[in-house]
Design a protein around this ligand. Structure first.
Ligand code: ZN
Ligand code: ZN
Length: 365
């Protein structure tokens, strides 16, 4: 992996060189893992990567984290590893190696206290690295695409077994607990979210598990995801009903299915992200469901469940091969029910490949 990571560091440095910024600081999180392979814990003690536009790179870690950084091969990537003792000032130590800086970037999810630490020790104002990093991270390599397909297959396996857990008389929480176990059993290392939203709870797109007892005949939104050992995430929504769904719901669902399929057919290199959104939205709107589709059509996915590119009105980014994102239109009727159909897809040379491949029909259990 270390060749991949040294190439990524070199890419970041060359992008920095083309920008008005001279250095990039990154604390633990998906950006750090992407660039170095080190999934360091976000702790109060400072761990921070610094990359200069000339390609030189340092990482400072607390002395007690040094064995972990070594085990992840940080020095093999060409990063100079520094460690700091409990009573030292890690910011001063890092700056003494990096030298004078003018316009530093920091990762968007850096804790504010760390960003203030960098500003305090360098005397310059930090700016956000989000765009520079997402421009690199949003285009997935062949290996990353394989990882996303593996994640998709793992979550598909969980959806395929839903009849074992989801039935009337059980609470959302009971069903959710079984699903969480299955997410791990399918190969994920973490359960990132489990949404089991029955009946009226389905009207809240990000409903959390409750003690509500699932009833026969009510639609249940199941939106689940986790992170694989590779670091790549899964995210897939399917709709279930135990027994007979209300006929009006079945009609709405047919429109949603057509909208999701139309967006899947539309997505290809050269079309804008917002046109994927409008393709789904126009179909729902012309069936009178536009006001019930209360969120964007999708989000990018990779080492984070939500990242660029966002499939939303106003995003004129053109899709290119390697873009990975969700297509997940829905409709939500307050106090009644909701629905969403979600796949992770990857833009290919001619269209998309789908990481999720279980039936998108309303599954009757
Ligand atoms: Zn999603
Ligand atoms: Zn989802």
């Amino acid at each position: 992996m270390s060749l991949i990571h040294s190439e990524r560091i070199a890419t970041v440095a060359s992008q920095l060189a083309k920008s008005a910024n001279d250095v990039l600081f990154i604390t633990p999180g998906a950006d750090l893992r992407y660039l170095t392979g080190y999934d360091a814990l976000p702790l109060e003690r400072l761990t921070c990567l610094a990359v200069r536009s000339d390609g030189r790179a340092w990482m400072i870690v607390p002395t007690l984290e040094k064995p972990s950084a070594l085990a992840h091969g940080v020095p093999d990537i060409g990063i100079e590893l520094l460690d700091w003792q409990e009573t030292e000032n890690p910011y001063q130590l890092l700056m003494s190696q990096v030298g004078a800086i003018e316009r530093p970037l920091v990762n968007n999810l850096m804790w504010v206290e760390k960003a203030f630490g960098i500003q305090g020790s360098s005397g310059v104002t930090v700016e956000l690295a989000g765009k520079l990093l997402s421009n690199i991270r949003e285009i997935k390599s062949a290996q990353e695409i394989t990882f996303l397909h593996e994640a998709g297959a793992a979550i598909d396996e969980v959806h395929s077994n839903m009849d074992k857990w989801l039935r009337p008389g059980r609470t959302e929480r009971e069903v959710g607990r079984d699903i969480a176990e299955a997410i791990l059993a399918a190969g994920h290392v973490t359960v990132d979210f489990v949404i089991v939203a029955s009946g009226p709870n389905g009207a809240s797109p990000h409903h959390e598990l409750s003690d509500r007892v699932i009833q026969a005949g009510e639609p249940v939104v199941v939106d689940i995801g986790g992170t694989m050992p590779s670091g790549y995430c899964s995210d897939c929504t399917r709709m279930y009903v135990c027994g007979q769904a209300p006929s009006e719901y079945v009609e709405h669902y047919a429109v949603l299915l057509a909208a999701q399929e139309a967006a899947r057919q539309h997505a290809r290199p050269g079309v804008t992200c917002e046109s994927v959104d409008s393709t789904a939205r126009d179909i729902l709107t012309s069936a009178g469901l536009g006001d019930q589709f209360i969120h964007r059509t999708g989000h990018g996915i990779g080492m984070e469940t939500h990242e660029e590119p966002y499939i939303v009105s106003g995003n004129q980014t053109l899709l290119v091969p390697g873009h990975a994102f969700s297509i997940e239109p829905g409709f939500y009727f307050a106090n009644k029910y909701g629905a969403r159909i979600e796949d992770i897809v990857i833009c290919t040379d001619t269209g998309i490949s789908s990481a999720n491949n279980t039936s998108r029909e309303l599954v009757v259990l």
